[in-house]
Design a binder for this molecule. Structure first.
Ligand SMILES: Cc1cc2nc3c(=O)[nH]c(=O)nc-3n(C[C@H](O)[C@H](O)[C@H](O)COP(=O)(O)OP(=O)(O)OC[C@H]3O[C@@H](n4cnc5c(N)ncnc54)[C@H](O)[C@@H]3O)c2cc1C
Ligand SMILES: *[C@@H]1O[C@H](CO)[C@@H](O)[C@H](O)[C@H]1NC(C)=O
Ligand SMILES: *[C@@H]1O[C@H](CO)[C@@H](O)[C@H](O)[C@H]1NC(C)=O
Ligand SMILES: *[C@@H]1O[C@H](CO)[C@@H](O)[C@H](O)[C@H]1NC(C)=O
Ligand SMILES: *[C@@H]1O[C@H](CO)[C@@H](O)[C@H](O)[C@H]1NC(C)=O
Ligand SMILES: *[C@@H]1O[C@H](CO)[C@@H](O)[C@H](O)[C@H]1NC(C)=O
Ligand SMILES: *[C@@H]1O[C@H](CO)[C@@H](O)[C@H](O)[C@H]1NC(C)=O
Ligand SMILES: *[C@@H]1O[C@H](CO)[C@@H](O)[C@H](O)[C@H]1NC(C)=O
Ligand SMILES: *[C@@H]1O[C@H](CO)[C@@H](O)[C@H](O)[C@H]1NC(C)=O
Ligand SMILES: *[C@@H]1O[C@H](CO)[C@@H](O)[C@H](O)[C@H]1NC(C)=O
Ligand SMILES: *[C@@H]1O[C@H](CO)[C@@H](O)[C@H](O)[C@H]1NC(C)=O
Ligand SMILES: *[C@@H]1O[C@H](CO)[C@@H](O)[C@H](O)[C@H]1NC(C)=O
Ligand SMILES: *[C@@H]1O[C@H](CO)[C@@H](O)[C@H](O)[C@H]1NC(C)=O
Length: 593
C-alpha cells in the first residue's frame, strides 16, 4: 500500500478527473497509456487501477466481442480465422519452403489474441525460464518467480472424477485458485477408450504419462487444461477475466484507436522521454494523448516493433530507409523473431468419437534422436558459429554473429544438456476423424518483423524465415515420423488406416517428408522475441524491468519480450510476465509520486 501522504495527494487529483471521465470522453492526459487491449495489456490495466491513485488509458481499435458466439464457445475457435476479429496478416514469401506466403492470425478486439486462440494452457519447461535469468543475470526472471505469478493470475478448476478417469490430471501445488483467468478441463472431454489406447500407444513409444504438464516438466503424454470456465463451457479471454468486470473503474478508460507512434519531449542531450502517443481514431483522424508517467506497448510481437520504429527506435539503417529520424539506435527492434512450424496429419476411422480430446506429447532430444543423440549434439554444437554468422548476415548485421552465437549456445545447452523438450505432438480424435498437429518447439532459425512503410501502420512485414537453419527441418521431419508412427502403434493402430492419402508413411524417404513439410507447414502462431528482454549487446530491446533501452518511460509488456522459445503455449506465460511487471516494476513507481 502506498504511503498515506501519496494517497491523499492523488485523491485530490482524482476528484478533478472524475466528472470528466464519467462523461466517457477521453481526457487528454493519463498517468499510464497502455497500447493494445490484448492478452497482456488488459491484465496490466486491471492491476494498475486496482487500488492505485492512477489514471490509466488503454488504446485499441478492436470491438467488444462478448456476443461473438465463435469467441465464447470453446469448440468454435477455428471458425474465427479470417473474420473481423482477426487482423489476418500474411508473411513475406518464405524462401526456405519454396516461397510460400503464410497466413498470420492475430486477434483484433477487446481481448486481443486471447479471443481467437486455442485456449491451450501450457507453461513450458523449468530450465527454459531459468535461462532468462542466465541471459539477464540478477533479474529474477526464473521458474520460481514465474510460478508465483502463474498462480496469481490463475483460477484453477480441479477436474471431476469422471474427467480424471479420462486423463485430466493435476498437482495442486502448481495451481492458483484466486486469480481471474479460469483454467479448467473441457467439460466435453472425450469419454471412452481412446484416452487409454492413446496413453498405452505413447507408453509403447517410450512416452509415459506426465501428471501435470504445468509443473515445469513437459516431457511425456498429457491431457491439458484450457483457459475456459468448465461449468458453463465458455472461453475465458483476457477481457472476460481482466477488463469487463472492472470497466466501470473511474480511473480506467478504453480509447478506440490505433496508435501510430510515441511522442517525445525535447530530449536533446538527455534520455528520450515519452510525452504521450499519437493514434488514429475510427474516423481516420489523428489525435494525441499525454502520458504523465509511462507509455506501455502491449500491441503484440507482430505490432509492437512497428510502433517502436515509427517512433524512431530501431535500426538506424532501416529507419533511414523509411525516412524516420533515429531517436534510439536499437538494432534488435523487430529482429530475434522466433516462431514454430506447425504441421498436421489427418486420419479417418470408422469409430465415432464424441467429445474433445486435448492430448499432447512433449518429446526431448534423447527420445527424438535415440542412438543418434550424442552425434546430433556434437555436430550441431560445431555448427553454432556457422549458424550465428548466417543469422547475422540475414539481419544485415543488425545482430552481430558473436551475440547470436551466445544465444544459440544457451538454446543448444537447454536441448542437449538440460533435457528440455523440443517437440510437441497433439494427437486427437473427434467425430469420425483424427489428427496430429506437431511442431518443433525450439527452432534455431530467426526471423523479423518490421514496418513496411510509414503510411501503412497496420501491415507488418513478417518474415519468420522458417527452416533457414537446416537443422530445424531435420527436427521437424523426425517429429513428423514419430507423430505418424503413433497412429501405427498398438493399440491405437487397430482403429486407423496406417497410411492415409497424402501423408508420408513413417519410413517414407527424406525427400517425401521434406516435400510434405515444404508444401504444408504453416505458422504455429507463437511469434516472440521482436523486442527481446536481453542485454543490449546481445541485441536486446528491453531491460529486465521491460523498459526500452535508453528511454526514460517506455516499456514493452507482451510476447515481444520473450527472448527464447518455450515448450508451451504463450498465454499462460504472458499473463505471468504482465503480473510481474505490474507488481514489481510499474507499481513501485506509483509510490514514488
Ligand atoms: C490462432 C491462434 C491460436 C493460438 N492458440 C494458443 C493457445 O491455444 N494457447 C496459447 O497459450 N496461445 C495460443 N496462441 C498464442 C497466444 O494467443 C498469443 O501469443 C498471445 O495471445 C499474444 O498476446 P499479446 O499480449 O502479446 O498480444 P495480443 O493479445 O495480440 O494483443 C495485442 C493487442 O494490441 C492491439 N494492437 C495492435 N496494434 C495496435 C496499435 N497500433 N494500436 C493500438 N492497439 C494495437 C491488437 O488489436 C490487440 O488487441 C494462439 C495464437 C493464435 C493466433
Ligand atoms: C481507481 O479505481 C479504484 C477501484 O475502483 C479506486 O479504488 C481508486 O480510488 C481509483 N483512483 C482514482 C484516482 O480514481
Ligand atoms: C471501435 O471502432 C470500430 C470502428 O468504428 C468499431 O467497429 C468498434 O466496435 C469500436 N470498439 C469499441 C470497443 O467500441
Ligand atoms: C450483446 O447482446 C446483448 C443482449 O442481446 C445486448 O444488450 C448488447 O448490446 C450486445 N452487445 C454488443 C457489443 O453487441
Ligand atoms: C485474409 O488474408 C488472405 C490472404 O492471406 C486473403 O485471401 C483473405 O481474403 C483475407 N480475409 C479477409 C477477411 O480479409
Ligand atoms: C463421461 O462419462 C461420465 C460417466 O462415466 C459422465 O458423467 C460424463 O457426463 C460423460 N461426459 C461426457 C462429455 O459425455
Ligand atoms: C527424455 O524423455 C523421456 C520420455 O519422456 C524420459 O524417459 C527421459 O527421462 C527424458 N530425459 C532423458 C535425459 O532421457
Ligand atoms: C531542446 O533542448 C535543447 C537543449 O536543452 C535546446 O537547445 C533546444 O532549443 C530545445 N528545442 C526545442 C524545440 O525546445
Ligand atoms: C496522421 O499522422 C501521420 C503521421 O504520424 C500522418 O502521416 C498522417 O497523414 C496523419 N493523418 C491525418 C488524417 O491527418
Ligand atoms: C472402414 O470400413 C470400411 C468398410 O467396411 C473399410 O473398407 C475400411 O477399411 C474401414 N476403415 C478403417 C480405418 O478401419
Ligand atoms: C558483438 O556482441 C558481443 C557480445 O557477444 C559484444 O561484446 C561486442 O561488442 C559486439 N560487437 C559489436 C561490433 O557490436
Ligand atoms: C510493402 O510495401 C510495398 C511497396 O509499397 C508493397 O508492394 C508491399 O506489398 C508491402 N508489403 C506488405 C507486407 O504490406
Ligand atoms: C512434391 O510432391 C508433389 C506431389 O505430392 C509433386 O507434385 C511435386 O513435384 C513434389 N515436389 C518436389 C520438389 O519434389
Amino acid at each position: 500500500m502506498p504511503p498515506l501522504k501519496t494517497r491523499f495527494g492523488a485523491l485530490a487529483l482524482a476528484t478533478v478527473f472524475l466528472p470528466l471521465q464519467s462523461l466517457a470522453t477521453p481526457i487528454d492526459s493519463y498517468d499510464y497509456i497502455i497500447v493494445g487491449a490484448g492478452t497482456s495489456g488488459l491484465l496490466l490495466a486491471n492491476r494498475l487501477t486496482e487500488d492505485a491513485n492512477l489514471n490509466v488509458a488503454v488504446i485499441d481499435p478492436g470491438a467488444d466481442e462478448r456476443n461473438n458466439t465463435n469467441v465464447v464457445n470453446p469448440l468454435a475457435w477455428l471458425g474465427l480465422s479470417g473474420t473481423p476479429v482477426d487482423w489476418n496478416y500474411s508473411s513475406v514469401p518464405q524462401e526456405y519452403i519454396g516461397g510460400r506466403v503464410l497466413p498470420y492470425d492475430a486477434g483484433k478486439g477487446i481481448g486481443g489474441t486471447s479471443l481467437i486462440n486455442g485456449m491451450t494452457y501450457i507453461r513450458g519447461d523449468q530450465a527454459q525460464f531459468d535461462s532468462w535469468e542466465d541471459l539477464n543475470p540478477g533479474s529474477g526472471w526464473n521458474w520460481d518467480t514465474m510460478l508465483q505469478y502463474y498462480k496469481k493470475a490463475e483460477r484453477f478448476f480441479p477436474p471431476s472424477s469422471w474427467q480424471e478417469a479420462v486423463g485430466a490430471l493435476y498437482e495442486e501445488e502448481y495451481h492458483g485458485s484466486s486469480g481471474e483467468i479460469d483454467v479448467g478441463f473441457s467439460p466435453v472431454l472425450l469419454n471412452g477408450s481412446f484416452y487409454g489406447d492413446a496413453k498405452t500407444a505413447w507408453a509403447n513409444l517410450g512416452q509415459s504419462l506426465d501428471k501435470d504438464v504445468n509443473s515445469g516438466h513437459t516431457a511425456g503424454f498429457d491431457v491439458w487444461p484450457q483457459t475456459l470456465n468448465p461449468i458453463d463451457n465458455t472461453r475465458c479471454d483476457s477481457a472476460t477475466a481482466f477488463y469487463w468486470p472492472v470497466q466501470d473503474r473511474p480511473n480506467l478508460t478504453l480509447i478506440n484507436g490505433t496508435v501510430s507512434r510515441i511522442l517525445w519531449k525535447n530530449y536533446t542531450g538527455s534520455t528520450p522521454e515519452a510525452s504521450g502517443v499519437e493514434y488514429v481514431m475510427p474516423n481516420g483522424q489523428n489525435k494525441t494523448v499525454k502520458a504523465a508517467k509511462e507509455v506501455i506497448l502491449s500491441a503484440g510481437a507482430l505490432r509492437t516493433p512497428l510502433i517502436l520504429e515509427l517512433s524512431g527506435i530501431g535500426n538506424p539503417s532501416i529507419l533511414e530507409e523509411l525516412g524516420i529520424e533515429t531517436v534510439v539506435d536499437l538494432p534488435g527492434v523487430g529482429e530475434n523473431m522466433i516462431d514454430q512450424p506447425n504441421m498436421a496429419l489427418s486420419y479417418s476411422t470408422n469409430t465415432t468419437f464424441p467429445g474433445y480430446a486435448p492430448y499432447a506429447t512433449f518429446v526431448n532430444a534423447t527420445s527424438l534422436f535415440g542412438d543418434g543423440f550424442k552425434r546430433v549434439s556434437d555436430v550441431t554444437k560445431l555448427l553454432l558459429p556457422h549458424w550465428a554468422r548466417q543469422i547475422s548476415k540475414e539481419t544485415n548485421r543488425a545482430l552481430n554473429a558473436s551475440a547470436v552465437e551466445q544465444l544459440l549456445r544457451v538454446q543448444h545447452d537447454l536441448i542437449f544438456e538440460k533435457d528440455v523438450t523440443i517437440a510437441e505432438i497433439l494427437s486427437t480424435a473427434s467425430g469420425t476423424g483424427a489428427f496430429s498437429a506437431y511442431w518443433g518447439t525450439l527452432p534455431f532459425s530467426r526471423g523479423s518483423v518490421h514496418l513496411n512503410s510509414t503510411d501503412d501502420i497496420n501491415t507488418p512485414k513478417i518474415n519468420p524465415r522458417f527452416m533457414a537453419i537446416d537443422f530445424d527441418m531435420i527436427v521437424q521431419i523426425a517429429i513428423g515420423r514419430l507423430a505418424a508412427t503413433f497412429w501405427d502403434t498398438s493399440p491405437i493402430s487397430t482403429s486407423f488406416e496406417a497410411v492415409p492419402q497424402g501423408i508420408p508413411s513413417p519410413d517414407a524417404s527424406w525427400n517425401q517428408w521434406k516435400n510434405f513439410t515444404d508444401s504444408t507447414m504453416i505458422s504455429n502462431a507463437h511469434p516472440i522475441g521482436t523486442a527481446a528482454m536481453l542485454p543490449r549487446k546481445l541485441g536486446g530491446v528491453v531491460d529486465p524491468q521491460l523498459r526500452v533501452y535508453d528511454t526514460k518511460n517506455v516499456r514493452v509488456v507482451d510476447a515481444s519480450v520473450i527472448p527464447l522459445q518455450i515448450s508451451g503455449h504463450l498465454t499462460a506465460t504472458l499473463y505471468a510476465i504482465a503480473e510481474r511487471a505490474a507488481a514489481e516494476f510499474i507499481a513501485p513507481a506509483r509510490d514514488a509520486v
